[in-house]
Design a protein around this ligand. Sequence first.
Ligand code: ZN
Length: 328
Amino acid sequence: MGTDTATVDSLRMPTATFEVAPGITAIDTFMGGRDRYTAGYLVAAAEPALIETGPGTSVEPVTRALDDLGVAPDSLAHLVLTHIHLDHAGGVGAIARRFPRATVWVHERGARHLADPTRLVASAERVYGPERMASLFGPVEPVPGDQLRVLGDGQVLSLGDRSLRAIDTPGHASHHLAIVDETTEVVFTGDALGIHVPNLPVLRPATPPPDFDLELAIASIERIRAAAGSTLLFAHFGPISDVDRTCDLAIRRLREWTEAVRGAMRRTTDLDEIVEVLSREAAREVVTGAEAQLDLDRLETLAGIRMNAMGIARYLQKLDADGEPQPS
Ligand SMILES: [Zn+2]
């Protein structure tokens, strides 16, 4: 695949839990019963922190994994979210109840939707339909108000003997944070760089409505590049060690996808036709192989072409409405 490929460290991973950096363990959240879709990460410290909980369907597997890793219900100190999309945070309310001493940290624009997830659930149901929503994400419980705290750009979260730092990284979502472990300089990237799944050397952009913004997304990737030492920890799924090449690839794919939708929108307003164009663009990066179909299903579940097309189209319409200059 030459220079078009991300480094697929995940090919070498066992499932369930695996160490990805000193004191940092990835936990397969088994979202919707599926393996290697969405990862949470336990940061071992005097005050242990879990980065991302996965959705409601992940509460049992994640609780079991924490138990296996020796984290007792009264010892988990922090639950840190990169953003509130349900695949990352749908289970946080239920997990917060099981770990009642844990503080839940989230971007200020996400906090009220964790306290009252009604709108979050309604918008996911519109996108996925109630049936698929239930099977992938499961129930969404509110986070108890006394456990909920806001995390802002540059804020350092002390875990006692190590610390995490938040970086504001909008683009995929307006309320997206990347989290830096200050000891190892690994960065928990959430969805800021897109989706990378096992077995496929593919980095798929994640550009959902209503927030996707190309220029913000690129600036956020540059902030992550500047903060990252040797490793990026993707929520979907696992570590990637080639930081520069991965950041370059993520930016290039975002530009290419946006240009593909822009070109399609010059010819048509029909969403199906725009989706068709973007599907061809996506296919340029996809490889065939024995494991490819399952992994294409992973990509489509996590960042469907249609949802991406809708997000980019909405972004371009907003640019038009704002009267900003368009590159020709
Ligand atoms: Zn997301």
